[in-house]
Design a protein around this ligand. Structure first.
Ligand code: G3P
Length: 228
């Protein structure tokens, strides 16, 4: 399972990219709205792509098919590698079909059920983002939905790649991998949490303390005069 960061924050993206674990970035209008409004959005997205390379999903904000297609055309004119993020609506599916015909990859977003995932696959989506956390937030079971989607994909041999999205904690990452998601897109905080373990921290602390004790003992031993 590949890892993407779900962020539009340059500092977070630079840091996560420096760890060498990222295969891409997903953004959405909410994430972009959290950042400095004086920075041109195009500039920010181009910079994000320059940092990470690989996949970058950029979401359209039109709700009609023609508007989505215009936005997609505009986005690929300044970032040809962009994957166009399209909402799971009838108008969105028509846009996905047309973009697939033009060879422009899409990521269908706001998918909350296996039925929606199947529809998106049939429209020709290259990626499908199944939201986990937002389902959990309303008392539903995001991982159960993802599990059913992955089971259907296996049984039917479907090609669209499944992105586990809307992650809230490291166990979402672990379970998404166990269920067979192709990609997980995680907030920076979840990637940080996933790397940490108290035993790693205490283990490293005692290795370093023991190493310093050894160095001091060796220095002391070198100062002891040889008695013949
Ligand atoms: O980018 C799509 C998705 O990951 C958003 O997640 O945290 O807003 O539910 P969230």
């Amino acid at each position: 399972m590949r890892l993407f960061v779900d962020s539009a924050n340059l500092e977070e993206i630079r840091t996560a990219a420096s760890w060498g674990i990222l295969s891409g970035v997903t953004t959405n209008p909410t994430l972009l709205a959290k950042e400095d409004p004086t920075v041109d959005i195009r500039q920010r997205l181009k910079e994000i792509h320059a940092i990470v390379g690989g996949h970058i999903s950029i979401e359209v904000v039109s709700t009609d098919t023609a508007g989505m297609l215009r936005e997609a055309e505009e986005i690929v004119s300044w970032l040809p590698e962009a994957v166009i993020k399209i909402p799971m609506t009838p108008e969105g599916m028509a846009a996905v079909r047309e973009l697939a015909r033009q060879g422009i990859p899409t990521n269908v977003t706001l998918v909350f059920s296996p039925a929606q995932a199947l529809i998106a696959a049939n429209a020709g989506a290259r990626f499908i983002s199944v939201f986990l956390g937002r389902l959990d937030d309303i008392g539903a079971d995001g991982l159960q939905v993802l599990g059913t989607v992955c089971e259907i994909w296996e049984r039917q041999g479907l090609e669209a790649e499944i992105i586990a999205a809307s992650l809230r904690h490291p166990m979402h990452l672990v379970e998404a991998a166990r269920l067979g998601a192709d990609i997980a897109t995680a907030p920076f905080r979840v990637l940080q949490q996933a790397m940490k373990h108290p035993l790693t921290e205490s283990g490293l602390h005692s290795f370093l303390a023991d190493y310093h004790r050894l160095q001091e003992a060796q220095a002391r031993a070198r100062q002891v005069p040889l008695v013949l």
